[in-house]
Write a protein that binds this ligand. Structure first.
Ligand SMILES: C[C@H](NC(=O)[C@@H](N)CCCCN)C(=O)O
Length: 440
């Protein structure tokens, strides 16, 4: 890359880099919104489409099944097509999947839509990481990842706080699903802007082409250390205790605590959206979104903290520990769930901020692509299995107690992996515990 810094909107300036980061982040905005539209609309979908909770859980499972299969090909496609065309292809798949879900008249079309949506979405998340490192390697990398995560999670936050409202305002759950599809189209348009800016940047700056480090190479797997595998195991258990939980949490808060799906307000649609946001601590989907809101606000700061103090494995121990009482207390008591959701939010800030940037530290640079792709594929085993178990257990037992004990159990497993990681890291030189100074 050139080192001179001409003024104006030149690709070598921070202004250009952070503008393109905005569009790179918006690539997955629609898919984050649509991913959780099923959970946000759970109660309404069950009523209108005569679905049980297992089916709702299975719609998340379908997303992950496709993701596990496609993430491996996604890396190859990225290599063959390059970042621009690959990301555009995955964005179009996401849009197509979301449209199928919105139009679905049968359960099978719903599942078909979620499969296509999942195939595009997880591949795009992996490609998005590669694009960020292409633009930010050796620059504001951790901060760029934090900002991208925050912008993506705005999609989730909006999903939980507007989908039920759209459904009740328009008297149609389908309008809410179409809104999700429209936001996926918005992400396709952002992708076009990214494409233009990236093409221009590549020409002017001679940006690095995708290399072997950006895709999955199966023979690399044997070379990973125990630290990498403990990070992966923690990733599966940790995320399985968060996303599959939020998938059905709205129904839990509605069912167990009797919380409304939208706050009672009148006026224009926008004023109702505003009212819903300002009263999110009183609605079932709003309380579900506390986890996301907390993580969204604090992710960039947490990333910066981790960069400065290190202590990644220790922070993962603390984050995993917090999960256990938070889930257990919601399962076995009728106490106000807000403090427990704030605890989950704290864990959801600490663990991802420490976990994702740990990967490049525990694997060789040329294996980072394999490491991230494999971790995403294995993570989706948990993201596929646990929504199904969550729905099934709730349908079988009639309460969410057993499922909450299951999530606390995942917290315990995560805690064990985090301790094993701490031990393994000590043995391998303490790279994860080191702050900026030691990493050099
Ligand atoms: C960065 C991380 N993303 C993931 O874990 C994805 N594989 C799954 C995202 C599911 C859609 N909300 C995250 O969001 O913390």
């Amino acid at each position: 890359m050139t080192t001179e810094h001409p003024g104006g909107f030149h690709p070598s300036t921070r202004l250009y880099r952070f503008t393109i980061l905005l569009f790179i982040s918006l690539l997955v905005f629609g898919s984050y919104f649509a991913y959780d539209s099923i959970g946000a609309l759970e109660t309404t979908l069950m009523r209108e489409l005569h679905l049980d909770r297992s089916t709702i859980g299975n719609l998340y499972t379908a997303y992950s099944v496709a993701a596990i299969a496609i993430v491996f090909f996604g890396g190859m496609l990225y290599d063959k097509l390059g970042p621009r065309r690959a990301s555009l292809l995955f964005s179009c798949l996401i849009f197509l999947g979301a449209v199928m879900v919105a139009m679905a008249r049968t359960k099978w079309m719903l599942f078909g839509g979620r499969l296509i949506f999942g195939a595009g979405s997880e591949s795009l998340i992996v490609v998005q990481s590669a694009i960020i490192s292409r633009w930010f390697k050796g620059k504001e990398m951790a901060m760029a990842f934090g900002i991208a995560l925050t912008i993506s999670r705005v999609g989730t936050l909006f999903s939980f706080n507007t989908e039920e409202l759209i459904a009740s305002y328009t008297h149609s759950f389908r309008t809410a699903l179409w809104a999700a599809a429209l936001l996926c189209l918005f992400s396709v348009l952002c992708n076009l802007v990214f494409n233009l800016m990236d093409k221009h940047g590549e020409k002017v700056l001679a940006l690095p082409k995708p290399d072997a480090g950006d895709k999955i190479v199966l023979s690399d797997v044997k070379k990973f250390t125990s630290s990498y595998w403990f990070v992966v195991l923690l990733c599966v258990t940790f995320y399985s205790a968060i996303f599959p939980f939020t998938a059905l949490a709205t129904d839990m808060f509605h069912d167990k605590w009797g919380l409304p799906l939208v706050s009672a307000s009148s006026g224009s649609f926008l004023s109702q959206v505003f009212f819903n946001f300002t009263h999110m601590f009183t609605t079932a989907p709003g309380i579900t979104s506390i986890v996301i809101a907390a993580s969204m606000i604090f992710a960039p700061f947490a990333g910066d903290l981790v960069d400065r103090i290190g202590r990644r494995a220790s922070l993962m121990v603390v984050g995993s520990l917090i999960l256990i009482p938070a889930h257990l207390l919601m399962g076995i008591t009728h106490w106000n769930p807000i403090p427990m959701m704030v605890m989950l939010g704290a864990a959801f800030v600490l663990v991802p901020a420490a976990m994702w940037p740990s990967v490049p530290l525990v694997v060789d640079e040329k294996r980072v692509g394999t490491a991230f792709g494999l971790m995403t594929a294995i993570q989706n085993l948990g993201l596929g299995l646990f929504p199904f178990l969550n729905g099934k257990l709730r349908d079988l037992t009639g309460t969410y107690t057993a499922t909450q004990v299951m999530f606390a159990g995942l917290g315990i497993a995560g805690l064990i992996f985090a301790f094993l990681l701490l031990r393994s890291d000590k043995r391998l030189g303490g790279v994860l515990e080191a702050g900026r100074a030691k990493e050099g």
